[in-house]
Ligand binder design. Structure first.
Ligand code: HEM
Length: 409
C-alpha cells in the first residue's frame, strides 16, 4: 500500500536525504534505486548509497570496509576532515575502540537490568494515556513523543523537572532545515546544552551516587589485559546525549508509524486485537515496513566494486536499511504490512546488524509491546485524520510528529 512519494519512472533518479521528498517518505525512490542504480552516487552532497538487501546487510556487518569512525550522520562525516572532531561516542567508533566502549556501557543494558524496568515503563506509558481524551488525540504529540523520553531520562537519573527541557533540546538537535545538510544553530546549541547538563549531573552523582544509570556508569570498570578501563565524564555525557536520540526518538517514530500503517491495513489491527500474542511479531514487521532509522552512514576504507560500479576509498556511504527491508528480492509483496509474515533473516536490519547493532533493542521492544497493547485497548477501531498528518524533517530518524486519531464508535 504505502510506497511513500510518487516518483515517475521517467524522471531523473535523485535520492536526497535532506529533501522534502525524502522527509515525506522515500519508498518509491528506494524502489527505483534498487531497480535502476543499486550503487547510487549523489553529486550534490557527495555520497554513495546502497539499497538492495543483498548489498546493505553484508555492508552493515563489514565494519572493516564500512567504517563508523568518521561519524554516524552525513553532516558529521562531511565536517570531519576540516573541523575539530566532536567527542567520540560509541556509535562513531570502530573496533577495537568500539569493543572497549561497548563492554563498558553494556553493563547497564543486561537482559536482567532491562527486565527490571518493566514496571517503570508501564507506569510512564499509562500515565500518558490517562492524561488524554481517548475519543480523539494525537498518537505522537500526546503520547509517543513523550513516554520514551520519560523512560530514558528516568533511567539516567534526570530529575523530573528537567525532563521536558531535555526533550525540547533533543528535538532541536535532530531537526534539519529541508535542503540543508548542516545542523541548524539551534540544534548545535541544544547539543552543547545537553552535554553540559549531563556533565553537571555526573558531578552531582560522583559526590552522591543514586540508584540510576549515570551512577552505575561512573562505577563501571572493565578489566582487560591486566589494566582497568573506566568511563570518563565526557564519555558518560556523550553516551547520555546519544541515548536521547537513539533511544527516545526512535520509539516515538515506531509508534506513530505503526498507527498510520495499521490504519492503512485495518485487518492487521483487528487480527492483533484478536490475538495479542502476535504483538512481538507485529513489532518486527512494523520495523521492517517503516523503520524509524532509515539509513546508517559509513565511510569506505577501500575501493569497493558492486554491480560493476566502484565506490572510491574515503567515500561516505549510506546503507539504506529501510530500503533493504522493502526489497522485493528478499520479501514477497514488501509494501504490504503482514504481521504473520514468515520471519527470516533480515527483519532485524532496523536495529542495525553487526558490531553496532542496537544496544537498546530489548528495551525498545518492551516499550513498543506495552504501548501497542494499551492502544489496542483504547482504540478497538480508529481513523487517522490524514489532513493532520505531519512528518518530521530530521537527520537519520523518519516518521511523524503528528498522527491525529479518532476512535470509531
Ligand atoms: C524502535 C526503536 C529503535 C530503533 C529502530 C533503533 C535502531 C538502531 C540502529 C539502526 C542502530 C545501529 C546504528 C549503526 O549501525 O550505526 C542502533 C544503535 C544503537 N541504539 Fe538503537 N534503536 C532503537 C531504540 C533504542 C533504545 C531504546 C536505546 C537505548 C535506550 C538505543 C540505543 C542504541 C545505542 C546506544 C546504539 C549504538 C550501539 C553501538 O554503536 O554499538 N536504541 N539503534
Amino acid at each position: 500500500m504505502s510506497v511513500g512519494n510518487s516518483v515517475k519512472a521517467s524522471s531523473p533518479l535523485e535520492f536526497d536525504p535532506f529533501s522534502e521528498e525524502f522527509f515525506a517518505g522515500a519508498y518509491a525512490t528506494f524502489r527505483r534505486l534498487r531497480d535502476e542504480q543499486p550503487v547510487y552516487y549523489n553529486a550534490k552532497w557527495d555520497f554513495w548509497a546502497l539499497s538492495r538487501y543483498e548489498d546493505v546487510a553484508p555492508a552493515t556487518k563489514d565494519h572493516e570496509t564500512f567504517s563508523s569512525a568518521k561519524g554516524a550522520t552525513l553532516d558529521v562525516v562531511k565536517a570531519h576532515d576540516d573541523a575539530i572532531p566532536p567527542p567520540k561516542v560509541i556509535i562513531s567508533m570502530d573496533p577495537p575502540e568500539h569493543q572497549k566502549m561497548r563492554k563498558l556501557v553494556s553493563s547497564v543494558f543486561t537482559p536482567r537490568a532491562i527486565a527490571s524496568l518493566e514496571e517503570m515503563v508501564r507506569e510512564k506509558i499509562y500515565e500518558r494515556l490517562d492524561a488524554i481524551d481517548p475519543a480523539a488525540f494525537d498518537v505522537v504529540a500526546d503520547f509517543s513523543a513523550l513516554f520514551p523520553n520519560e523512560v530514558i531520562t528516568t533511567m539516567l537519573g534526570v530529575p523530573k523537572e528537567d525532563r521536558h527541557q531535555i526533550r525540547v533540546w533533543l528535538d532541536l538537535l535532530l531537526e534539519r532545515n529541508p535542503g540543508e545538510i548542516a545542523v541548524p544553530r539551534e540544534g548545535f546549541e541544544a547539543s552543547v546544552n545537553t552535554g553540559i547538563y549531563y556533565y553537571k549531573l555526573i558531578q552531582q552523582r560522583r559526590e552522591r551516587p543514586e540508584d540510576d544509570m549515570i551512577s552505575r556508569l561512573i562505577e563501571t570498570e572493565v578489566e582487560r589485559d591486566g589494566h582497568v578501563d573506566k568511563l570518563t565524564d565526557v564519555d558518560i555525557a556523550g553516551f547520555a546525549t546519544l541515548l536521547g536520540g537513539a533511544g527516545a526518538e526512535t520509539v516515538t517514530k515506531l509508534i506513530g508509524n505503526a498507527m498510520v500503517a495499521f490504519a492503512d491495513f485495518p485487518d492487521q489491527w483487528q487480527s492483533l486485537r484478536r490475538d495479542r500474542s502476535k504483538i512481538p511479531a507485529a513489532i518486527e514487521e512494523l520495523l521492517r515496513y517503516e523503520a524509524p532509522s532509515q539509513y546508517q552512514v559509513r565511510t569506505a576504507t577501500r575501493d569497493v566494486t558492486l554491480h560493476g560500479v566502484t565506490i572510491p576509498k574515503g567515500s561516505a556511504v549510506l546503507l539504506l536499511t529501510a530500503s533493504a527491508t522493502r526489497d522485493e528480492r528478499m520479501f514477497p509483496d514488501p509494501d504490504r504490512l503482514d504481521i504473520d509474515r514468515e520471519r527470516k533473516m533480515g527483519f532485524n536490519l532496523a536495529f542495525g546488524y553487526g558490531v553496532h547493532s542496537c544496544l537498546g533493542a530489548a528495551l525498545a521492544r518492551m516499550e513498543s509491546r506495552i504501548a501497542l497493547n494499551a492502544l489496542l485497548d483504547l482504540l478497538p477501531e480508529y481513523q487517522v485524520d490524514r489532513t493532520g498528518l505531519k512528518r518530521v524533517a530530521m537527520s537519520n530518524v523518519a516518521g511523524y510528529s503528528n498522527v491525529p486519531v479518532r476512535r470509531a464508535s
